[in-house]
Design a protein around this ligand. Sequence first.
Ligand code: PMP
Length: 393
Amino acid sequence: MRLFEKCYNFTDARALKNAGCYPYFKSVESGLDAEVTIDGKKVIMLGSNNYLGLANHPKVKEAAKKAVDRYGVGCTGSRLLTGTLDIHIKLERKLAEFLNKEDALVFSTGFQTNLGTISSLVTRHDILLIDKEDHASILDGCRLSYGKIFKFKHNDVKHLGSLLANFPEDMGKLIVVDGIYSVSGDIVNLPDIMKVCEKYKANLMLDEAHSLGVFGKGGRGTGEYFGLEEKLDIVMGTFSKSFGSIGGFIVAKEPIIDFVKHHSRPFIFSASMPPPSVAAVLAALEIVEKEPERRDKFWTNTNLIKKGLYEIGFKVSMNKSSIVALFIGEESLTFTFWQSLFDEGVFTNPIITPAVPKNGAILRISCMATHNEKSLIRVLEIFERVGKRLKII
Ligand code: PMP
């Protein structure tokens, strides 16, 4: 009984359900695109990471179907033993080429990529320095390693520098940051972080989950956007956002990749990325490279929503970001707002503590390249109407 006591005492989700504003685990009954069907009703999807709309792209789907016909539905083994296909190798070669690094390693999820990379590289003789807003998979990767963890204040390079100053030059130091922070949507201060890395001889791993495909002229992320790609030691990315699928990867120098692939437990002791997903990512990567207009459309849509919400009177993050954070504050109001928007046909993501500080609840909004202007203008009208009714604006 003792073990499960917390389960029987857990009432938060039930309370939200009883209040009629439970926003989680909504099941989509249609194709995953700019408009989806949930509970039999069409809603405009403004909460997905399908930034370029590739999850339901005909060429991407066709590639996945062909891979199923050729290889089957799953690898049923780890990359190390029976789970490596020729298309895994092809994808790794293409990713290394795309990001101008020596080699790449593909994992089954983005979460596993951070877990497996950080935990295998960092020993008890090394230290880890991570931003307070880093993704959960980074923190868990650090916890799984034997290195000592130091968190620096969000995007505060001075604080990072002051922590680094306490350690000898020849000590192993890995700084891990997000390119775009997944909750607030803040962009990393990469130029200053890079200077600190050089000053204190630390290595940098950059999680480009929310920036690959959309940031930089070539869609190569915030490293490209800041013109600092060459200086990045390890770039991490996921296929579950702009690439519309599932899986993750790192690119780095060849000896680093070789070490991780022979030491990373989440990589070695887990089945590999399934054939349709690998093929889908290969097709998506080609589109990311060949169709920059998708990126442009994504930014046109994001800027329309961001500027529109700001002009209506909402508190929104105005920095360059693939994610729009709309600040509300109080949790119960955030859930009521979410439900009212949903009832009017707009799907967003409510984010509450512990992902944000107490009374710092936000709605997290993200656009896709496949939204059209007409539907986004409808979204703004709905936000204005509901926002006024609930006295948020
Ligand atoms: N890093 C960041 C910054 C993320 O936002 C996420 C997912 N939200 C991940 C890693 C994990 O990626 P995946 O969902 O592909 O496992």
